[in-house]
Write a protein that binds this ligand. Structure first.
Ligand code: AMP
Length: 402
């Protein structure tokens, strides 16, 4: 996959053309309200730019998992309204994503106007990358723009199928996400560090294996660090761990050594007997975890060491929290290291890129999201990129070459 061949919509004459934009409008909604609009906010500059250039914009997206049939709970109507509020411009909502009525509504758009079509996943053809469904979608556009990096790991009609039907380009947000990841993984300023945390090692084995060949320092925290401690025969009490992956942890440590990648594991821990906010807790060396206790966060000595490691580095990639950050006070380790990364970034000493589901929530909780160089809103796609995998949505854009 030659990313330099990825064509962007920036240089295309879109005036008067129907531009079908695959966006990711899959935002968290509760009680009928969008409670985190980050993904929508990130789309605004690209949509405003297309609108200013006279494009007639048709936004398509999935929302939740309706599994191929209509579900009013998973309508994009409310999200479209929120997008309009954020844009400060009317956004028309079209209550289907294919068919004659949809095509008529779209055909009536004037230059600069924006419509959002109903949830693509109301049709099974979306997730099956059905050719007929893609052809129907394509009737709503002259040009296809994929601006949904976070959906690019799925080979669906709206990410892959449409590239067979229409001249296809990457949108500005897609380009931004790819550039951020390339800046830390391809020719970064060295030394480089990766902070990898989260619950389980089993879900991040390919990420760890790929990164150890890319970075100079691999900082491991969170529940997954416990399996690494187990692999060193450390007693971890009742901590979350995966004994079946102890051998894998050993392999990862050995591969890192071969590659000259230093692995940093916690040497102290915040422990508790219960998984509950405000519960009694203590700091102990990782070599002295009582049999009836759980490790729920990295301890202050570990954080101090990890901060020193970051200070030596010029580039940082971060995925996953260092502890059970949602439950106070077990977020302190993650927050303290995040503050250090943010301060180094602000001082111009570090390029910091973070992403993947819980990471954004953890950095938001730390209040440092805006101080990182780039925080991706993508979950699965971000992780697959870290695994070194080719994302079908991006490969299809490059392959289309129209
Ligand atoms: P992941 O989705 O793999 O990035 O994992 C994120 C989850 O890991 C968060 O919900 C954290 O609460 C959890 N987590 C992190 N550290 C620990 C730990 N030491 N024990 C239990 N859960 C943890």
């Amino acid at each position: 996959m030659d990313l330099d061949k990825l064509k962007t919509i920036a240089d295309v004459d879109v005036g008067g053309k129907l531009v079908l934009v695959r966006a990711d409008l899959n935002v968290p909604v509760a009680d009928g309200k969008v409670w985190d609009a980050t993904r929508l906010e990130r789309l605004l500059p690209g949509l405003k730019d297309l609108s200013a250039r006279g494009a007639r914009i048709v936004v398509i997206s999935h929302f939740g998992r309706p599994k191929g049939s209509s579900d009013p709970e998973l309508s994009l109507r409310r999200v479209a309204a929120k997008l309009g509020d954020l844009l400060g411009a009317p956004v028309q909502f079209v209550s289907d994503c294919v068919g004659e009525e949809t095509e008529a509504a779209v055909a009536a758009l004037k230059p600069g106007e924006i419509a959002v079509l109903e949830n693509l996943r109301f049709y099974a053809g979306e997730e099956n990358d059905d050719a007929e469904f893609a052809a129907k979608l394509a009737r709503c556009g002259d040009i296809f723009v994929n601006d949904a990096f976070s959906a690019a790991h799925r080979a669906h009609a709206s990410t892959v199928g449409l590239t067979r039907e229409l001249p296809s380009y990457a949108g500005p947000l897609m380009i931004e996400e790819i550039n951020a990841l390339r800046s830390v993984l391809d020719n970064p300023t060295r030394p480089t560090a990766a902070v990898i945390g989260g619950a389980k090692v089993s879900s991040k084995i390919p990420v760890l294996k790929h990164l150890l060949s890319k970075v100079d320092k691999l900082i491991i925290g969170g529940g997954m660090a416990n399996t690494f401690l187990l692999s060193h025969d450390v007693v971890i009490g009742k901590s979350l761990a995966e004994p079946d992956f102890v051998e894998t942890a050993r392999e990862i440590m050995a591969a890192a050594k071969d590659r000259g990648c230093a692995v940093v594991l916690p040497n102290d821990a915040v422990i508790a007997r219960e998984f509950r906010a405000g519960t009694a807790h203590a700091v102990v060396p990782t070599l002295a975890v009582p049999a009836d206790a759980m490790i729920l966060d990295v301890g202050p000595k570990s954080v101090a060491h990890m901060k020193d490691v970051l200070k030596e580095c010029k580039t940082l990639l971060w995925n996953g929290p260092l502890g059970a950050f949602e439950i106070s006070p077990f977020g302190e380790g993650t927050f303290a290291l995040a503050h250090e990364a943010a301060a180094l970034t602000k001082a111009g000493a570090l390029v910091s890129v973070a992403g993947g589901g819980d990471t954004v929530a953890a950095l938001n909780a730390a209040g440092v999201t805006d101080d990182f160089t780039y925080v991706s809103t993508a979950g699965g796609a971000f992780l697959e990129w870290l695994e070194g995998r080719e994302l079908p949505g991006i490969a299809a854009l490059i392959g289309a070459q129209r």
